[in-house]
Write a protein that binds this ligand. Structure first.
Ligand code: APR
Length: 236
């Protein structure tokens, strides 16, 4: 296994666990519901077709929550890593919040879309969106009232997969933070990175479905584990 002083290219995958201590709920709670809704109702194209009003209201609430949340020590540590690490870095997040960016990171890719973005189904434009969508606002580009949340739902293709696989091919360290390893393709990134020769490290509150695929797993809260790990990398 390489030690940190050889690391020149890091790919980090983050999930809901890194934002949990900022007050945003994780997906796989014991009741199997996401904020009191079955996932099929609010996170599938079929759910949206069935009841667009409910789905728009649901994401209007998520957007308001994201705006009220603040980055925690884990986001801030990754922001510091982004500023101070001189090698290549890509933070691939499954999260739709903007807490990585507000924690100071810029090399961030949102593979499941963004809460603060609206996607026009009429002209395909995307717009930064802070307000609500349930009232059917006009698209600033084409004027149609056809905007949906810019979120990748189950059954849809995550964003920028080519760029992610290129980064995984070049990584010498892959780190997964706060994700249960339950949802593909993200759950397969560890095997992809490993097959390409990267060292793999998992930081999570508890053992995940993918833990056995990592060279090392550290268990604990992201707000403690991530700053410790970033210190290790920057001191090496
Ligand atoms: N620190 C570190 N890990 C934590 C913390 C914490 N404070 N709190 C919770 N976790 C861990 C949980 O133990 C769990 O393993 O974070 C993980 C969160 O898992 P999920 O809720 O399944 O979230 P995630 O892996 O991001 O879900 C993936 O599923 O519903 C879809 O598109 C959605 O992006 C999401 C994807």
């Amino acid at each position: 296994m390489r030690n940190n002083s050889n690391i020149r290219n890091i790919v980090i995958l983050t999930g809901a666990g890194i934002s949990a201590e900022s007050g945003l709920k994780t997906f796989r709670a014991e009741d199997g519901l996401w904020e009191n809704h079955p996932v099929e109702q609010v996170a599938t194209p079929e759910g949206f077709a069935r009841d667009p009003d409910l789905v728009q209201r649901f994401y209007d609430e998520r957007r308001a929550q994201v705006r009220a949340a603040k980055p925690n020590a884990a986001h801030q540590a990754l922001g510091r890593l982004d500023r101070e690490f001189s090698g290549d870095l890509l933070i691939v997040t499954q999260n739709i919040d903007d807490l990585h960016e507000r924690g100071g990171a810029s090399r961030v890719l949102h593979m499941h879309g963004e809460s603060l973005s609206a996607w026009c189904q009429a002209c395909d434009a995307r717009h930064r969106w802070d307000g609500t969508l349930r009232d059917g606002p006009a698209c600033p580009s084409c004027g149609e009232a056809a905007m949906r949340p810019d979120i990748v739902w189950f059954g849809e293709m995550p964003y920028q997969m080519d760029r992610i696989f290129d980064a995984l091919a070049d990584a010498d360290l892959f780190v997964s933070i706060g994700t249960s390893g339950a949802v593909y393709p993200a759950a397969g990134f560890v095997q992809q990175a490993s097959a390409n020769g990267a060292r793999t490290l998992e930081l999570n509150l508890e053992e995940s479905m993918g833990s056995s695929n990592f060279d090392e797993t550290r268990l604990g809260a992201a707000s403690e584990l991530v700053p410790e790990w970033v210190d290790e990398v920057l001191k090496a």
